[in-house]
Design a protein around this ligand. Structure first.
Ligand code: MLT
Ligand code: ZN
Length: 455
């Protein structure tokens, strides 16, 4: 599939031991979390931006697809080599180059594990807020490619809110810099924002400048269990009414709670029908006051049990339950369809009703959990292989409802392969035409992650 001369050229760029071509080695790079494999022709593991640029230039000349890949934890197929080609894997570009305490920034390579950056920042009294549920193993490069959101977006925003600047290699072999090392910069078009969330279709990010915050003094955590989802969700406007923004406000329905508890063989819920996991932070007095208010509101709204985490270990225990939901559901139905819809927070009750009606219509179990505080719900359509067509029809109807409620079909996982067919439900033809023209300007020969975002 790849010309021998081209393979030789790739070897000379990244080094023989960093160009993989054996089938058993390639299999490892064929997947992401969607579990629908692609077929890489080769995997290159560059060590520097210059090598990335040279691979791109050669691939562009040969019209060979290039698919950038972090840890392969994505949930929309963004890093799956669906049309073959060369996978660019960033495991050798994984250093934190700088944490500048005076300017409160970090400069990192794309292969850095998100949790490692969080920990390094914390050692210096600093805070990198974006926290995807997979932070222990996903990479910053992947987070930038998909504009990952996660557990603290309700208060702190998503990956794009922390990216100040980028170094990006283009198919022409040129390397550009966008943005700045400062929090402010309005020089020219905002290319940084354009690259964040562009799913590796416009350029390959080789360095990222990130904004950091001071580490909050205190974090307080409560899990509240309710008889049903309606009563849990009814707490959201009550919290908003007190003008409190928790740093996490997660919702877990009965199916997700049961799946995670049996996966971990624990019982925190006592058989309850849903859970809210809420966290406040800031100066200790204020974090305490806010969590007290929130716990009282949960009880007023019908919580049958609340658990306050008194120690960091107890906080970890509650978060472990939440972070186990995704693997627990995959263990039950490996082919489940996992969506990440987002609707205005006030429309969540309507959305959940609509999802239940669609599940009943198709006789499919639909399990919901996620970042209710910002309206971002993970809708999991559980099904067996032979039920795939009706599961896909259910997803289409869910997306139609999302758009009617003025939401978005993807809050944090990206369009990738999985949602490309549905993009026109949300984005009109003229806007898609503008996006396609932007793609052409950066990647005229369509070598960068082809088949993603647009059908
Ligand atoms: C999460 O919030 O747990 C992740 O986005 C993963 C998922 O949606 O399954
Ligand atoms: Zn999520």
């Amino acid at each position: 599939m790849l010309k021998p001369a081209f393979v030789k050229e790739l070897r000379s760029i990244v080094g023989t031991e960093n160009l993989l071509t054996e089938p058993e080695e390639l299999t490892v790079y064929a997947y992401d979390a969607t579990r629908s494999p692609g077929r890489p022709w080769a995997v290159a593991r560059p060590a520097a931006a210059r090598e990335v640029a040279r691979v791109l230039e050669a691939a562009d000349r040969e019209r060979v697809p290039v698919v950038p890949r972090g840890a392969g934890t994505g949930m929309s197929g963004g890093s799956v080599p669906s049309e073959g080609g060369v996978v660019l894997s960033f495991e050798r570009m994984s250093s934190i180059r700088e944490i500048d305490e005076a300017d409160r920034i970090a400069v990192v390579e794309p292969g850095v594990i998100t949790g490692d950056l969080q920990r390094e920042a914390e050692k210096r009294g600093l805070f990198y807020p974006p926290d995807p549920a997979s932070s222990a193993f996903c990479t910053i490069g992947g987070n930038v490619a998909e504009c990952a959101g996660g557990l603290r977006a309700v208060k702190y925003g998503v990956t794009r809110d922390y990216v100040l600047g980028l170094e990006v290699a283009l198919p022409s072999g040129r390397i550009i810099r966008t943005g700045a090392r400062t929090f402010k910069s309005v020089a020219g078009y905002d290319l940084t924002r354009l690259f964040v969330g562009s799913e590796g279709t416009l350029g390959v990010v080789t360095e990222i400048v990130l904004r950091l915050l001071p580490l909050p003094e205190a974090v307080r955590t409560v899990a509240a269990f309710f008889p049903d989802a309606e009563r849990a969700i009814a707490v959201l406007p009550l919290i908003a009414g007190r003008r409190i923004i928790p740093r996490a406000l997660e919702f877990v329905d009965r199916g997700a709670l049961q799946a995670a508890e049996s996966h971990l063989a624990i019982d925190l819920s006592g058989g309850a029908g849903s859970m809210l996991l809420i966290e406040t932070d800031g100066p200790a007095l204020s974090a305490d006051r806010e969590i007290d208010t929130i716990e009282a509101l949960c009880r007023e709204a019908g919580a049958v049990r609340t658990i306050r985490a008194a120690t960091p270990e107890e906080q970890q225990r509650i978060w472990k339950l939440r972070k186990s939901i995704s693997p627990a559901l995959y263990a039950l139905k490996p082919k489940k369809l996992n969506e990440d819809i987002v609707v205005p927070v006030s429309r969540i009750p309507e959305m959940l009703q609509r999802i239940a009606a669609i599940g009943n219509k198709y006789g499919l179990l639909i399990v919901n959990f996620g970042h209710a505080g910002d309206g971002n719900i993970h809708v999991n359509v559980m099904h067996e292989e032979e039920e795939r067509p009706k599961a896909e029809q259910a997803v289409r109807e869910i997306f139609e409802a999302v758009v009617r409620l003025q939401g978005s079909i993807t809050g944090e996982h990206g369009i990738g392969l999985a949602k490309a067919a549905y993009l026109p439900l949300e984005i009109g033809p003229d806007a898609i035409a503008v996006m396609r023209n932007i793609k052409k300007a950066f990647d005229p020969n369509n070598i960068l992650n082809p088949g993603k975002i647009f059908l």
